[in-house]
Design a protein around this ligand. Structure first.
Ligand SMILES: [Zn+2]
Length: 1006
């Protein structure tokens, strides 16, 4: 489960709208028409319609209703989108640090009346086509959302969710497992010491060992100290052990009640159906209760305050470990226009290379980055603005405070750069139209806080009204934004400066507190208590090992899944000798451009530098622009220009692949020529001469990649294990694996002069790639604007340097020799990330769909249990990709033992120790993954990037339906059984004696 601990949800203005998935623009929607016939006061299934709201910018019609008997609130968003979303939210406002809402969220998912199984979300994975399932706890709400494209599945999931929240079992055993308990270190050994255990208890100990979390928690608690925001809703470990089972049940009784609930339904399922299910199965069984969970306003201070906290000392870091920030309490988030304005102002203050605080704070080179929470925060009843620096010297605290105050003064007297205001409003407009991700889900989550405090979520979604109101206000009063800066930041006394400094004794202090608290508990235990502790410990252990019957949970069956793929309307044309794929789709007035430049002509010694080239080429200067002015124009006219490496194994031929660089961008139709003009500058006159800027970008790239190793260690392990098996795998590892990281670290740690040599390589690469030879292009646009779009693109292509050459884009490496390797990357981690890969077959081979199903089966029925539940690793998995099959583990306390589990898993498959039903469930997971909605901007990309046609996808789908248990066993014997096919192992982890003693292993230290 994801726990949003208070202010961690950083939301910028454009994310208000970033989720738009607008499906139809040119015809009126029958889904919306269906609710438009409703009138205020209409009664439906126990609800009364309160009002209807049109939200044209999101192609949505909203209906708000109230449940008559209980007072439950409901917002329905009718929209032509089959990815329907449901969420139920409760206002959860704790008044102590015991973490009761957080522990309740955990125990709610330990089984309900109708579905008495632990962790129903995990158990549903093989029984649903959900595009999202989760639960989240914030400082004043708890929400349970899901989304799916299948109506029966929707009703199944709604039943599981509603039963969980309204009828959870909340057994005492669940409380002690998820919350806290006293237990013997070894539950079976009454001689071992009694200690504190519990999922949330340990989770929160982990959360507060991270100084970023400590800082964020302190800002919230100390800036709004007088009510629910003054406590730790996730739970502070010293206080968690005060919570009782009875208090937990009482909190559920008063807070998870329909009277305190808010429902969102979204998509194309009729409103009546939602209301009928919710009312008939749950709400009508409840009566209204008398409960007031409203949060009062924070009394305002007459003088600014300061706070000082300490955090763990980082022994590997420098002496610059101090963080300082200034934090201001702003207006109520339910004042929609004021919030919109302040969100704009705070974004202008801190966001992007030309913003006042970026220039004043970050470019002063005092600290490593902005302080946590910097920006506008609107997840509490009143909004907050934070700005500061982390990674500073303790002597520099006052310097940072001075810079902050001087910067506000400067903005108050000079105002904002009009170009930045225009770029921000443009970004909001584009984000409304550019369709990404899961629209309904993002809408429900983005609106959660406003609605939680009884603001109007539908008015908040009418962003065009807010933009025009702002434009009008600015026209009437040109100093409007400056006046607000003065009001909220210069004259506002409710301001808190928080400083955090490392304390070498911090951990010791926490440990001492825990030891004393434990002693207090243990010293009071009677003999009878001790017996209960021993018995409960054994009972919990037995419970965890027991195999549960999950057949009470609803499921989707294979015959309820669509047999036909959704075909994609693409056409291949030729513009001035360059092959172009055009795709007319309802993009809502946005044009998408992708170009792949083949890099087969780049020499082998330059190739490793191509990823770095991609990282810098649109961030340096170009044409008449320096990097700042280029970045400003990119924001003014486009959704960003990006470049990335492209290595794809061929769908049919062995040892064959495409290697290239992808250039991609999108823009509003009216800005197409501006966007193409920026690409012309980048292609024709890239400026790689600014050494300082280049060095900054190299440092950032290396730092980002280094810090991703801990969170993506398994990807690096898999990537390295694939590298010896196929030529595409080899190149992918060079580009995106640990080999690339070593190269970057070499540049960063090398002599300053060697950077010039690297810049020289960038220039050579740009000569090879930035021209129209070996270029192919894809364009997605609205049908009615396609002709104009193509005409502009043709003009742009003809302006590029070089000659259009029609050639074979594929590289075939017939001499490639497979290498079976065993490699450890020795790292100072406490856990391992294991990866093992087997050579298999390409996408169109008949065994490929069998291996895809096998991967899901192997994970769900074997690896998860052995590696996570028994082995104690955080995660594990099996992945079937082009030509290679890989197994991995994630944050794994074991290393060689996990490799044995991999072997056991293969033997288990070869023996056929699973049922036909298990195979069907595995197929369902494959469909769940492959049927994720494709946005209009991404339509046709399987063909453009992978060469996979509609026919190939239909064949794949047909074959997936046909996979049998016998097929699974036979591919396991043919590809995975020991000695059958080449394989390789790579892992990241701490020094390992057994590996060191075994000659077969190669150890790479860093
Ligand atoms: Zn949790």
């Amino acid at each position: 489960m994801l726990h949003i601990s208070r202010l961690t949800h950083r939301k910028t203005v454009s994310s208000l709208a970033s989720s738009s998935r607008l499906l139809r623009r040119w015809k009126s929607s029958s889904v919306q028409d269906a609710v438009r016939s409703l009138k205020d006061g209409d009664r439906i299934h126990g609800y009364t319609v309160k009002r209807l709201v049109e939200i044209p910018e999101l192609m949505t019609t909203g209906v708000s209703l109230e449940h008559d008997k209980t007072g439950a609130q409901h917002c329905h968003y009718a929209r032509e989108d089959s990815n329907n979303t449901f969420s139920v939210m409760f206002r959860t406002t704790p008044m102590d640090d015991t973490g009761v809402p957080h522990i309740l969220e955990h125990t709610t998912l330990c089984g309900s009346q109708k579905y008495p199984v632990r962790d129903p979300f995990f158990k549903m994975i093989n029984r649903t086509l959900a595009t999202f399932m989760n639960a989240m706890t914030a400082s004043d709400w708890t929400v349970y959302p899901f989304s799916t494209q299948n109506q029966k599945d929707y009703e199944n999931l709604m039943s599981v969710y509603l039963d969980a929240v309204f009828y959870p079992q909340l057994r005492e055993l669940d409380f002690s497992q998820e919350g806290w308990r006293l237990e013997h270190e070894d539950p079976n050994n009454s001689e071992s010491p009694i200690i504190f255990k519990g999922v949330v208890y340990n989770e929160m100990k982990g959360v507060f060992s991270d100084s970023v979390n400590l800082f964020m928690q302190a800002v919230q608690n100390k800036l709004l100290p007088d009510h629910t925001y003054g406590v730790v809703s996730g739970g502070d470990p010293p206080a968690i052990t005060d919570l009782t089972w009875k208090q937990l049940k009482e909190f559920h009784h008063s807070h998870y009640h329909p009277t305190n609930s808010k429902f969102v339904t979204y998509g194309d399922i009729p409103l009546e159906r939602h209301l009928e299910l919710i009312n008939n199965n749950y709400l009508e069984k409840f009566d209204r209760i008398n409960i007031d969970t409203r949060v009062p306003l924070q009394p305002r201070w007459s003088e600014p305050r300061t706070a000082h906290i300490t955090c763990p000392h980082d022994p590997t870091g420098t002496e610059k470990q101090t963080t300082v920030s200034a934090n201001f309490l702003l207006s109520e988030i339910t004042d929609i226009f004021e919030s919109f304005t302040m969100n704009i102002i705070c974004t202008l203050l801190t966001d992007g290379e030309t913003s006042p605080f970026y220039q004043a704070l970050l470019e002063a080179n005092i600290g490593s980055d902005y302080a946590p929470l910097t920006g506008y925060q609107d997840i509490m009843k009143e909004a907050v603005f934070c700005v500061g620096l982390r990674g500073i010297h303790s002597d520099d605290v006052n310097k940072v405070k001075d810079i902050i105050s001087v910067t506000f003064d400067k903005v108050i007297s000079e105002g904002f750069d009009q170009k930045n205001i225009d770029a921000l409003l443009h970004r909001i407009e584009l984000a409304l139209k550019h369709q990404t991700g899961n629209f309904g889900l993002n809408m429900a989550l983005n609106m959660a806080s406003v609605w939680n405090h009884d603001g109007d979520p539908m008015v908040a979604l009418q962003i065009n009204n807010q933009i025009s109101q702002l434009r009008q206000t600015l026209a009437d009063n040109p100093t409007f934004l400056q006046d607000k800066v003065k009001q909220y930041f210069k004259d506002n006394k409710h301001c808190l400066v928080v400083t955090m400094e490392p304390d070498k004794d911090y951990e010791e202090g926490r440990n001492k507190e825990e030891a004393e608290r434990l002693e207090r508990h243990v010293s009071q235990l009677t003999a009878a208590d001790r017996k209960i502790i021993l018995d409960t410990g054994k009972e919990l252990l037995a419970n965890q090992m027991a195999v549960e019957d999950v057949n009470c949970l609803p499921t989707i069956h294979l015959d309820e899944i669509e047999r036909k793929i959704k075909s994609e309307p693409v056409e291949a044309i030729n513009l001035g000798g360059i092959s172009v794929q055009k795709c007319a789709a309802p993009t809502n007035g946005v044009s998408y451009l992708r170009m792949i430049s083949n890099l087969a002509s780049v020499s082998d010694d330059l190739k490793p530098y191509v990823p770095l080239f991609c990282n810098v080429i649109t961030k340096m200067g170009a044409g008449a622009h320096d990097y700042k002015s280029l970045s400003q124009d990119i924001d003014l006219y486009t959704g960003g220009l990006s470049a990335g490496v492209h290595v794809k194994a061929h769908h049919t031929e062995d040892k064959t692949y495409e290697q290239g660089v992808t250039f991609s961008s999108y823009c509003l139709d009216r800005n197409l020529d501006r966007m193409l003009g920026l690409w012309t500058d980048v292609f024709s006159r890239p400026d790689l001469k600014d050494n300082d800027r280049f060095l900054t970008l190299v440092n950032m790239t290396a730092a980002e990649m280094s810090s991703s190793v801990v969170s993506r260690g398994h990807s690096f392990a898999i990537s390295h294990s694939r590298a010896g098996l196929t030529p595409a795998g080899f190149l992918q590892e060079q580009f995106e694996g640990l080999t690339q990281l070593e190269l970057l670290n070499g540049i960063v740690g090398g002599e300053p002069e060697s950077v010039f040599k690297v810049i020289n390589k960038m220039e050579q690469i740009s000569k090879c790639l930035l021209n129209k030879s070996n270029l192919r292009v894809a364009v997605n646009a609205m049908p009615e604007s396609m002709d104009a779009t193509l005409k502009s693109v043709e003009g742009f292509l003809s302006s590029l340097p070089g000659d259009a050459v029609v050639s074979n884009y594929l590289t075939k490496d017939t001499d490639y020799k497979v290498k079976e390797t065993q490699t450890q990357f020795e790292r100072p981690f406490s856990v391992n990330y294991m990866g093992k890969s087997f050579l298999t077959v390409p996408y169109t081979h008949e065994d490929f769909p069998r291996l895809r199903v096998l991967a899901k089966l192997m994970w769900a029925k074997f690896l998860h249990r052995e590696i996570r539940e028994k082995g104690g690793a955080y995660g594990s998995g099996a992945v079937c990709s082009d030509g290679v099959f890989s197994l991995f583990s994630y944050r794994d306390p074991n290393s060689l033992k996990t490799l044995e589990v991999f072997d056991e898993a293969v033997k288990w498959l070869c023996r056929g120790d699973y049922t036909h039903n298990d195979v069907d469930e595995a197929k369902l997971s494959v469909f769940q993954e492959s049927d994720k909605p494709v946005t209009p901007g991404n339509s046709g990309m399987m063909l453009f990037t992978n060469g996979v046609t509609d026919e190939m996808r239909q064949t794949m789908r047909d074959q997936l339906f046909q996979v049998t248990k016998k097929d699974i066993t036979s591919v396991a014997l043919r590809y995975l059984k020991k000695g059958e096919r080449s394989n390789a192992v790579s892992f990241l982890g701490p020094a390992n004696q057994k590996v060191q003693e075994d000659q077969k292993w190669k150890i790479i230290k860093s």
